[in-house]
Every structure is written in structure tokens, then in C-alpha cells.
Design a protein around this ligand. Structure first.
Ligand SMILES: Cc1cc2nc3c(=O)[nH]c(=O)nc-3n(C[C@H](O)[C@H](O)[C@H](O)COP(=O)(O)OP(=O)(O)OC[C@H]3O[C@@H](n4cnc5c(N)ncnc54)[C@H](O)[C@@H]3O)c2cc1C
Ligand code: FES
Length: 272
């Protein structure tokens, strides 16, 4: 029987510097890996360790995969030191991924912050595959500073892909190189051009951001079943066996990592 812990040999083909702390790793696994937007992989750096990451690339492409990674500790520091040609391992995908079927025919609000823009990019690629399936795709991205907005090179293209797509960005505090909106990402959720009863909102970012985005979405009229949050708790096995990733009675690696807020709203300390 195939050992589910055994990673697929993978070559780092290219590395793109997105921000001072985030790099996108363009990976070529030895065999194709089919994944759905929002599912995650366990990535191994040989001799260092393994950590979970959600691909940021187009889920329609299985021969290659991009993963955008914030430098924050042992495994991610080692990843940021790698050069093209390096060998890593991938196992997965794990989790359910975003509820794409539910979004068909709806107005879709996508809210991302910081490194949370990475999984959101895979979601956007999935939505952009046929934007006419959705009434609207409204994208709201935030970061602390302009340099920390990942994928900026793609925003103009995304915002003009179809008439039903709009994209707005914000940074937390004023910056000499920024003439756009200033304020937390919640500050661009007040006057949404969205028919909220006909909408789903999906959000990914640091837990503190998820908390305040959720509160704002509830304030502007979203109901808990319309809100999906990407919950990035510590994970190990990825298969519901080690018990490290639970939120209430859910295992995020199996039942998530994208969770409907209605399912987890009663869990104490749901936002960490
Ligand atoms: C399902 C899932 C998807 C993820 N997707 C991405 C992604 O696309 N890009 C990305 O950059 N990161 C992502 N993460 C977070 C990433 O897994 C952690 O940053 C990574 O495990 C840190 O490993 P490390 O060895 O470098 O850090 P460590 O040395 O283990 O820890 C360094 C610091 O990072 C913190 N940390 C560790 N794990 C997490 C975590 N899961 N969430 C938040 N903080 C953590 C620790 O508390 C510590 O403060 C994801 C996490 C999960 C669970
Ligand atoms: S990561 Fe082991 S149970 Fe979820």
C-alpha cells in the first residue's frame, strides 16, 4: 500500500520575490498533483522539516504548482534560502477546499490580507476560469505597506478580466509611494456594491484579521452561513489522525481549512 506520508519528489524551478518577506516557489512535481482551490499541501525541505501551505496557483494546472510563502521560522527560513534547481517534497492535497459549487450564480466577495492573499489567488484563478458563472466577483485586498501586497503585478489584469470583476486594495497606514485607500481591510467593507442576501464572503489572512473581517461582515448584513474563513492552525499529519488541528469537534485538515463560520461560531477562542 502507498505510504501517505511519503512525499513526491519535486524540483524548485523558479523563485519569485513577491514582498520583502514572501516568495513564490514555482514547483515541478515528478508526477502531476491535482488540487482544488483552498486545499493544502505538506511541503518538505529535506533535512529541515515539513510545513503546510496552500497553493497560490491555478488549480486547473496539475503539472506545476506555485506556493507563496512567508518567512517566519525554521522551515520557511530554509525555503527562502533555496535556489532554483533545489529539491523538495510535496504530499497532499489535503482538506476540502473552497465551496465553489455554492458560489455559482452568486455575488462573491473575496477578502484577503497579508500572506492570506496566497490561497485567495488560487480561488481567483478558479473563479476566473469562467467569471460568467458568478453574478459578481468583488475582491478586497489589504496589507500593512504597498511592498507587502503580493501579486501586485497581476491586479490590473484581474480587475479588467470581465465587467463583473472589481478589485480594491488598501494599506494600513499612509505611505509616500501610495495614493490609494488607507486603512485596515475592514474599512473597505463598509460600502459594498453587493446584494448581500445573494452573496457569499470568503476570507483568508492572519487570525486577528479574520476576526475583525467576520465582525464587519456580520455588521454589514452577512449571516454566518454566508461567511467562509481559511483557518490556518498548526497541522501535522494532514489526514485527521494526529489531532493537532481541531477547532471544536472539527479537524481543519479534513473538514477545512476553509470553514463556514456558522459551523464554528460557538467554539471558544475560535480566532486563536
Ligand atoms: C492549511 C494551512 C495553509 C497554510 N498556507 C500557507 C501559505 O500558503 N503560505 C504561508 O506562508 N504560510 C501558510 N501557512 C502557515 C505555515 O504553515 C507556517 O507559517 C509554517 O508552518 C511555519 O513553519 P516554520 O517551520 O517556518 O515556522 P516555526 O519555526 O514552526 O514557527 C515560527 C513562527 O511561526 C508560527 N507559526 C507556525 N505555524 C503557523 C501557522 N500554521 N499559522 C500561523 N503561524 C504559524 C509559530 O507560532 C512561530 O511564531 C499555512 C498553514 C496552514 C495550517
Ligand atoms: S493535522 Fe493531524 S489531525 Fe489534522
Amino acid at each position: 500500500m502507498k505510504n501517505p506520508y511519503y512525499p513526491i519528489d519535486t524540483v524548485v524551478e523558479d523563485i519569485i520575490t513577491e514582498t520583502p518577506t514572501i516568495k513564490t516557489f514555482c514547483l515541478k512535481p515528478k508526477k502531476p498533483i491535482a488540487f482544488r482551490a483552498g486545499q493544502f499541501m505538506q511541503l518538505t525541505v529535506p533535512g529541515v522539516g515539513e510545513a503546510p501551505f496552500t497553493p497560490s496557483s491555478d488549480p486547473n494546472i496539475s503539472e506545476k504548482m506555485e506556493i507563496s510563502i512567508l518567512k517566519t521560522g525554521k522551515v520557511t527560513d530554509a525555503l527562502h534560502e533555496l535556489k532554483p534547481g533545489a529539491k523538495v517534497g510535496l504530499r497532499g492535497p489535503f482538506g476540502k477546499g473552497y465551496p465553489l459549487d455554492k458560489l455559482v450564480g452568486k455575488e462573491v466577495l473575496v477578502v484577503g490580507g497579508g500572506v492570506g492573499l496566497a490561497p485567495m489567488r488560487a480561488l481567483l484563478y478558479a473563479l476566473f476560469n469562467d467569471p460568467s458563472k458568478y453574478k459578481k466577483i468583488v475582491i478586497k485586498f489589504g496589507a500593512r505597506e504597498p511592498e507587502e501586497l503580493s501579486f501586485r503585478r497581476q491586479y490590473d489584469e484581474w480587475g479588467s478580466l470581465a465587467p463583473n470583476i472589481s478589485l480594491q486594495t488598501t494599506i494600513d497606514v499612509p505611505h509616500p509611494k501610495w495614493d490609494g485607500h488607507v486603512g485596515l481591510v475592514t474599512s473597505i467593507l463598509d460600502d459594498l456594491d453587493i446584494n448581500i442576501p445573494d452573496s457569499y464572503a470568503l476570507s483568508c489572512g492572519p487570525e486577528i484579521m479574520l476576526k475583525f473581517v467576520t465582525l464587519k461582515l456580520l455588521e454589514v448584513g452577512y449571516k454566518p452561513p454566508q461567511i467562509y474563513l481559511s483557518m490556518n492552525r498548526k497541522m501535522s499529519c494532514g489526514m485527521g489522525k494526529c489531532g493537532r488541528c481541531n477547532v471544536g469537534h472539527y479537524y481543519l485538515c479534513v473538514d477545512g481549512p476553509d470553514m463556514c463560520y456558522d459551523k464554528i461560531k460557538h467554539v471558544p477562542n475560535v480566532f486563536g
